[in-house]
Write a protein that binds this ligand. Sequence first.
Ligand code: BGC
Length: 716
Amino acid sequence: MFESSKWITSEKDYGSAPRVYFRDLNIIKPLRKAVLHITAGGIYNVYVGNDKAGDVVFTPGWTVYDKHHMYQSYDITDLVAESDFLYVSVGSGWYAGRIKRSLPQKQFPCDFGIIAQIDLEYAGGLRETIVSDESWTVGTGNILESDIYDGEVYDANIKPTFEDAVKILDESKTQLTPQIGEYVVEHDIFEPKKIFTTPKGETVVDFGVNLTGYPFFEGLQARMGERVDLSFGEILDKDGNFYNDNYRTAKCQFTYICRDGEQSYKPHHTFYGFRYVRINEFPEGADPSILRAVDVYSDIERTGYFECGNEEVNQLFKNTIRGQKDNFLDIPTDCPQRDERLGWTGDAQVFCKTAMYNFNVNGFFNKWIYDMTLEQYENGGIPDMIPNAFGGVSSAWADSVCIIPWTMYQMYGNVDILKLAVPAMKKWVGYMRSFTDNEFAYVQDRSYGDWLGLDATEGSYDGKTDKSFLSDAFYAYSCSILAKAMAIIGEDNSEYLELYDNIVKEFKVRFADYTETQTACVIQLHFGLCDDRRAVTEKLVKLIRDNDTALTTGFVGTPYLLHALSENGEVELAYDLLLRREYPSWLYPVTVGATTIWEHWDGMKPDGSMWSDDMNSFNHYAYGAVCDWMYGVICGINPRNGKDEAGFRVFDIAPVPDKRLGYAKAELDTAYGRIVSEWKYEKDKFVYSFEIPEGTTAYVTVDGKTEILSAGKYTR
Ligand code: BGC
């Protein structure tokens, strides 16, 4: 592919305005087939005549461009039959925009450039190829400014010409590979739920949920020079006013300069995270209720469903689904609104199991983990975010290289991802090992720790749990995963089994009495790093009860908190935490109307005050990781790890009910069919029903009794 094509770009610097490349096709009809292969150093849209090729957006996605730059292929036969020219609009996107940050190795050479090949096949069988070269021309279109963080400014009055000569770039093509993973597409359309005037007198449209995508309008009547100018926010402040100081430097512009007459508009190369839209300017006499919003995310298929007798828990579950959609836009992002939107590894790691119950994200994570292996440093460190935007290596974040592929294996039976990741896992464990003084212990001086734990000192992001404790614990955990993964792909893992034993031995010596924080207890229990489980459990219970039955855990401890309790006989307390409505808790944001998961437990406190604007997203999925406890414990659907078991060919069903929920039901679509696990009370008696799909076997544990069952519908 692209043998004769050349990377082309513009000679002139047009600032952040998208470059538009133009080519007459001069097709000798009749044509049998026309296929376009293309990619860009930015985000591109292709148009043949006035029609967009493909219904995908944000191509070519965000990858490690210097090593893995995807191209896309479009069948444009029908479009070419109607029109004879083609143009490509390229916005700065992830390749050339502000988001790429400042790592030296990230100065890519083809900013705003494209490379293309069009394969034509005529009716008589004759073939011809059109490639990107000097025969194309370039210019700018109606978009004056475009950036993922800063939004778009569009002038409908410009009559664009694309007549400048292109500049040929002599750049590498070896990194160009076909698309893998899911495409990003537009999904649902949202109408305004409410349009209101705030106490400050501003007009605000409420779209009802915090979504990622963009607003658009059709059929707007306006006069030349009038504007549609919008600002975006996720939440209202305590007085009910529009608020978006938490977007930091992301300008998120939406400025449309009208021409005369009726017009429609949808932004092209940018996205916004928002629930509320403030109308800064709108054409005279026009009604903002014509605004619509569309959400945009990777085309992943929904697989998991959960509901129970508690409406607030159901809303928490829905908020997690919403947050996943909002942050699965080609890569798993921390948040979709402020000047980050980065593939933070820790966030994806803590959320990955929930993500894999909710949706089929096998292809999505395949692509991202591949990029992770490409971004791994020579010394084995894994950068904080993939693609790497500004470096760093931190325990629990970098351990995603072990945890995510292993979870993909468990949930999807994906052995290939283990084959891909095991060399990177070895390098990562080797990196940690290189810091040890005696083969056993490890002291880490740079880690985010239990990020955003509530036991942090006032104003700090770092939870109280000792950072070297966490590094050691994750070192052990990753080493155990590596050993298991090697066994699955048939490699001799004895070295790592021994290393694991040594790490654990040393860990127990150094941290035997370290039960100072909830997270410290949770990690020891869930990772199996303590001898006296009862004592550590009792300490954890005490820490929670002494804290008014409330959690203090941050990013690292929270995903395992309920598991650590329910695995150690404290089911009732686990439910107490899940069902707690007062701040701090999972349900507190629900009680104040949240539609997504907040970054901080104290993003907005009961008195209406907010955590500093500096780091306060209302759409961070990490704490939504609690949903894997809903599927896996409340309804008890769990994968098994054996070589022929993973991917739910053989699985467990072991529900752990609590009367307070009334009933609970989880459904999971697997490669074999749908698993259903449902329980309810009938006059104080638990009634369980299960469905086991064809070709699978389930170990069903009810009231402490285990049965091995094959496909069918059962009641117990
Ligand atoms: C991100 C996080 C991330 C963290 C690392 C933040 O800026 O939004 O979610 O994991 O940095 O500590």
